[in-house]
Design a protein around this ligand. Structure first.
Ligand SMILES: [Zn+2]
Length: 285
């Protein structure tokens, strides 16, 4: 799929070190793929887009809004091959700032795109993604796409719509794309990351946290389309109570006005470790 044939949108990022307990150490590391280090590295593309280097040396890319993202760092803005080998490609829902360049990455690397069942189906039927490169799953379902890595789909309170430019008519079309999801990503060493996707408040955040016990939560704070900083702080302090949190999904859309400073102020007094990132930054755990 070319950029012209499918319109999609997003962008944000951060880094630290955790030895399956506490202890966080900020570290600057190169953006390019690294050999297995036994640690977990997160690189932020902006918005909800992250590249995760797992302790076993695998590369996970999630919600890659790269060429269209206003904050995408070089070289990813103009060169998808800079990603190196992508071992696992995840998308939370069909909005352009999440699906982004995922179909192009899947096709270029012959990598399977994992996403909500009813987002993958229209991508297949519209010809945006070959059926063999799409894996359909749904909430509570889990996949084990790589040795020692388990991804479980969980609820997100949001919508999903696929906007596609029909190359025959030249017109944009809107297609239902199932329900948005979040992901619990368990890595080889047991470290669990909850990428919440886009979501508003829902009280089963408490259930998800108690059931899956994420170590690190990636939470949207921009507002308008998702939780705003005060909503996210409420959810974290009242329901989720993780060890660490990275705020995301702000600083890329003028309608999502929530800021890091507002989030930090709303979290004041909490012992949850906030790991603030800037786009293009890497943190290590
Ligand atoms: Zn969305």
């Amino acid at each position: 799929m070319t950029q012209a044939s499918c319109r999609l949108t997003t962008g944000l990022g951060l880094a630290l070190t955790l030895s399956l307990g506490l202890g966080i150490t900020a570290a600057s590391v190169p953006a390019q793929a690294q050999p297995a280090t036994g640690k977990t590295e997160l690189y932020w593309f902006g918005q909800a887009g992250f590249k995760i280097k797992t302790p076993g040396g695998k590369t996970i890319v999630i919600d890659p809004w790269l060429s269209g993202g206003p904050k995408t760092p070089a070289p990813y803005k103009t060169d998808l091959s800079a990603l190196g080998k992508v071992d696992l490609l995840l998308v939370t829902h069909a909005h352009v700032d999440h699906i982004g360049d995922a179909p192009a990455i899947a096709k270029a690397q012959n990598t399977v795109l994992y996403g909500p069942a009813d987002m993958i189906t229209p991508m297949n039927t519209l010809g945006l993604l070959p059926p063999n490169l799409g894996h359909r799953f749904n909430k509570t379902g889990h996949v084990t796409p790589l040795p020692g890595i388990k991804v479980t789909a969980v609820q997100a309170e949001h919508s999903s719509l696929l906007v596609y430019n029909n190359s025959t008519t030249g017109k944009n079309e809107s297609h239902p794309a199932g329900e948005a999801m979040g992901y619990i990503i368990q890595l080889e060493n047991g470290f669990k990351i909850w990428h919440m996707g886009d979501t508003g408040l829902f009280s089963d955040m408490k259930f998800i946290s108690e059931h899956y016990k994420p170590d690190l939560v990636l939470i949207p704070i921009g507002g308008n389309f998702t939780m705003a900083p005060d909503d996210a702080a409420f959810a974290l302090k009242t329901w989720i109570k993780p060890k660490m949190v990275i705020p995301m999904h702000y600083n890329s859309n003028p309608m999502a006005k929530g800021t890091l400073a507002e989030f930090q102020a709303a979290m004041k007094g909490s012992n949850i470790k906030i790991v603030p990132m800037t786009e293009g930054e890497t943190v290590q755990f």
